[in-house]
Design a protein around this ligand. Structure first.
Ligand SMILES: [Zn+2]
Ligand SMILES: [Zn+2]
Length: 266
């Protein structure tokens, strides 16, 4: 069986990730337009018919922008907690209740051949979750919006073979940027986003031979660059004497265009 992962879009303007095998796939978040999602999948020769559902992490617009149209036009089932589902629905955003599949926290459920577990993360939405997705002996963890890595989330992140983790802002750029003080404080808080140094230090703590793919995600448009993310990580690893084993791959996920497909099982 094959196992492929790809980010269609990652960042504060829109998040959508694909995970699938040769038969089925799932999406994680739908934060870009449904039209873009369909086009990007088509460009990769992935049929919409093979997508069995979309997992939603939280109600922020950069994670649900295309959800209403995807459910209406493609009849895509939505998998999330009851609290997140309720927080998505607004008077203007009406998504049919028939699409909703309630998932529990920290209990496995099955979808498209994957064993999936949602875990809570600390972020400023009514509820925010990450996903730990297993198939065969491969484990994928996705944690895109979190102000800090709490004790509940850490084991799911540490266990990953492929990890998608936020590296949202460069601390210096944020502090010296033009955002108002309240917003800077919100972003830096435990319920905001992870900065490059926070993410790098955590990765330095947990890096192990089983962690073969690190995908740095959800970069801020105004307070970060891919070069600074990579530089911060390399500097942190070098200060800690960490040398990658040659099989380990680090990717910075593009903000607006899909990344190359990562083939976890060829
Ligand atoms: Zn976000
Ligand atoms: Zn968010």
């Amino acid at each position: 069986m094959k196992l492929n992962f790809c980010s269609l879009s990652s960042g504060s303007s829109g998040n959508c990730y694909y995970l699938g095998n040769e038969f089925h796939g799932i999406l994680i978040d739908a934060g870009i337009s449904a039209r873009c999602i369909r086009k990007f999948l088509r460009d990769m020769d992935i049929s919409m018919q093979t997508i069995m559902g979309v997992l939603i992490t939280h109600n922020h617009f950069d994670h649900i922008r295309g959800l209403e149209v995807l459910t209406r036009k493609n009849n895509l089932p939505v998998f999330t907690t009851n609290k997140i589902w309720k927080s998505i629905l607004t008077p203007t955003k009406k998504i049919s209740q028939n699409c909703f599949h309630e998932i529990p926290l920290q209990q496995k459920f099955h979808l498209a051949g994957f064993n999936i577990e949602a875990f809570p993360v600390s972020h400023d939405a009514p509820e925010t979750i990450g996903f730990h997705i297993c198939t065969g002996d491969k484990k994928i963890t996705i944690a895109t919006d979190l102000g800090h890595i709490c004790q509940t989330a850490a084991p799911y992140i540490k266990a990953a073979n492929l990890l998608v983790i936020e590296s949202n802002y460069d601390e210096h750029m944020l502090m010296n940027g033009r955002y108002p003080q309240f917003l800077k404080a919100r972003i830096q808080s435990d319920h905001g986003h992870l900065g490059n140094h926070q993410t790098s230090a955590f990765l330095a703590d947990i890096i192990n031979d089983n962690l073969s793919n690190i995908c740095l995600a959800h970069l801020s448009k105004n307070n970060n660059t891919p070069e600074i993310v990579l530089q911060t990580l390399q500097q942190t690893f070098s200060e800690r004497g960490i040398i990658l084993n040659g099989q380990q791959r680090i990717s910075i996920l593009n903000r607006d265009i899909p990344t190359d497909m990562i083939r976890l099982i060829e």
